[in-house]
Design a protein around this ligand. Structure first.
Ligand code: UDP
Length: 142
């Protein structure tokens, strides 16, 4: 079994839509275990550090303004092949390319305000989880 942990964010537009429980329910039905969770309002510094790889891109400022526009839920999901499986459930970054049945198809407003985040590799997941959680805040089942 390839048990992985991935960093998931329920972004400000999804929190505003009052669908935190709905998203969590979908994830639990898909057999993800939520092993760490908190709600925070990111500062610009926190958001810029998290998205450092995108600094300099045309959408960077829009992304940081959006990510700091309201509270988010940050959480660690644990499951077999959690990284790729969660990205499938999220759907494509760009709403117009997201498949029906994905979270972004249902809840994204546009390419920036796309409802959810998920780590894209084992290395990103490690960095992103450590960005928000101390080891003793993560309750792994393994
Ligand atoms: N983003 C954007 N415009 C773009 C590409 C990305 O506003 O053309 C935002 C969007 O919110 C996305 C985030 O920047 O989720 C990070 O982009 P990435 O390419 O890493 O996409 P993801 O891994 O989130 O699907």
């Amino acid at each position: 079994m390839n048990i992985e942990q991935t960093l998931s964010i329920i972004k400000p537009n999804a929190v505003k839509k009052n669908i935190i429980g709905f998203i969590e329910s979908r994830l639990e039905q898909a057999r993800f275990n939520i092993v760490a969770i908190k709600m925070i309002h990111l500062t610009r510094e926190q958001a810029e550090g998290f998205y450092a790889e995108h600094e300099g891109k045309a959408f960077f400022d829009r992304l940081i303004t959006f990510m700091t526009s309201g509270p988010v839920v940050v959480q660690v999901l644990e499951a077999e092949n959690a990284i790729s499986r969660y990205r499938e459930i999220m759907g494509a970054t760009d709403l117009s390319k997201a498949l029906a049945g994905t979270l972004r198809y249902d809840f994204a407003d546009n390419v920036t305000e796309n409802a959810v985040h998920g780590s894209d590799s084992v290395e990103s997941a490690e960095r992103e989880i450590a960005y928000f959680f101390a080891n003793n805040e993560i309750f792994s089942n393994y």
